[in-house]
Design a protein around this ligand. Structure first.
Ligand code: ATP
Ligand code: BTN
Length: 270
C-alpha cells in the first residue's frame, strides 16, 4: 500500500476534491513520464500521480532527482490550457508561487523562489533547495497539456548533491503527508486558475516578493558565454531580468544556471 491513500486525501481537499483524480503508486519510473503516458491515452485535467519511489526521477536537462519514500513527496499534476505552448511562458514560476504559498501556509518560514524552477529554504545563513518543479508541455488539437512535476523534500536528502539541499523538517514543519499534499494541490489549483486567466502577470507581484535573490549580484552560466549582473526578478512573461553594463537583458531560456555571486545572510531580501 502506497504512503498516500487517495481515500484519506479526499476529505482534506474539501470542495476541491472534484477537480483532482489522484492515483498513488508504490513505484514508477518517473511520475512525469507515467502521467505523460496517461495523458496521451486521454487522462483528464486534474489527474495526479503520486509515487513513493521513482526509479528515474528527473530534473531539468535530464538531471536526476533524488528521493526516497519516507523522506520525499514526489508527484505530477496534469493541467490543460487553451492555445499554444508559447502562451505558457512563466508557468513553472506560477507553480512556484502556488507551492511557496502552500509551504508557507503549513508553517515553513523562509520559503523563497529561484528562477526558473526551484523552491529554496533560507537556512543557516544561506539558501538550500527544498523542492524542484519540472513542467513538461505537449500540444494537440485541443490546446496544450502541462505535466507539472513536483519533488519536495520532507527530510533533507542524503546523497551527493552539487548544491545545498534541505527538507521541510528543517523548517520545523512536521505535518502529515496527506495534509501537505492537499495543501499544495489547493494552492496549485488557485495559482493555475489565476495563470489561466491572467498569465504569469497575475502572479508576478507574489513571485517578486518571494524571490530569493532580488537585487543581488548573480551570474548566469549559459551554454555559450556567462553573463553577470544584478538580478531584478522576472518580467510579466516570466523572463529573468538581469541588469548588466549594457542595460537590462531578458533571459528566456531555461537552459542556463543561475548562481548568486555575492554573499548574503539568506534572509535579508525576503
Ligand atoms: P541550476 O541552477 O543549474 O538550474 P539546479 O540545482 O536548480 O541548478 P535543476 O536542473 O533545476 O538544477 O535541478 C536538478 C538538480 O537538483 C540536480 O542536478 C541535483 O543537483 C539537484 N537535486 C536532485 N535531487 C534533489 C533533492 N532531492 N533535493 C535538492 N536538490 C536535488
Ligand atoms: C528540478 O529541480 O530540476 C526539478 C525536479 C522535479 C522532480 C519531480 S519529482 C516528481 C516529478 N517526476 C519527475 O521525474 N520529476 C518531477
Amino acid at each position: 500500500m502506497a504512503l498516500i491513500d487517495p481515500v484519506l486525501l479526499k476529505p482534506r481537499l474539501g470542495a476541491l476534491a472534484g477537480r483532482f483524480d489522484v492515483d498513488a503508486l508504490d513505484e514508477c519510473d518517473s511520475t512525469n513520464s507515467e502521467l505523460m503516458r496517461r495523458a496521451d491515452r486521454g487522462a483528464p485535467a486534474g489527474t495526479v500521480i503520486v509515487a513513493d519511489r521513482q526509479r528515474a526521477g528527473r530534473g531539468r536537462r535530464g538531471r536526476s532527482w533524488l528521493s526516497s519514500p519516507e523522506a520525499s513527496l514526489t508527484f505530477s499534476l496534469l493541467w490543460r490550457f487553451p492555445g499554444s505552448p508559447t502562451r505558457l511562458s512563466g508557468l513553472s514560476l506560477a507553480v512556484g508561487v502556488g507551492l511557496a504559498r502552500a509551504l508557507g501556509g503549513l508553517g515553513a518560514p523562509g520559503v523563497r523562489l529561484k528562477w526558473p524552477n526551484d523552491v529554496l529554504l533560507a537556512t543557516n545563513g544561506d539558501f538550500a533547495k527544498l523542492a524542484g518543479i519540472l513542467v513538461e508541455l505537449a500540444s494537440d488539437r485541443r490546446g496544450t497539456q502541462a505535466i507539472i512535476g513536483i519533488g519536495l523534500n520532507l527530510l533533507p536528502p542524503t546523497g551527493d548533491l552539487p548544491q545545498p539541499a534541505s527538507g521541510l523538517s528543517a523548517a520545523g514543519v512536521r505535518v502529515e503527508r496527506h495534509d501537505i499534499l492537499a495543501a499544495i494541490l489547493a494552492e496549485l489549483a488557485a495559482a493555475l486558475d489565476t495563470f489561466a486567466a491572467l498569465g504569469f502577470a497575475g502572479l508576478r507581484d507574489d513571485w517578486q516578493a518571494l524571490h530569493a535573490w532580488q537585487g543581488e549580484s548573480v551570474r548566469i552560466q549559459g551554454e555559450e558565454a556567462d553573463l553577470a549582473g544584478r538580478c531584478l526578478g522576472a518580467d510579466p512573461d516570466g523572463a529573468l531580468l538581469l541588469e548588466t553594463g549594457k542595460g537590462i537583458e531578458r533571459i528566456f531560456s531555461g537552459d542556463v544556471s543561475l548562481r548568486r555571486t555575492a554573499g548574503g545572510d539568506g534572509t535579508s531580501h525576503a
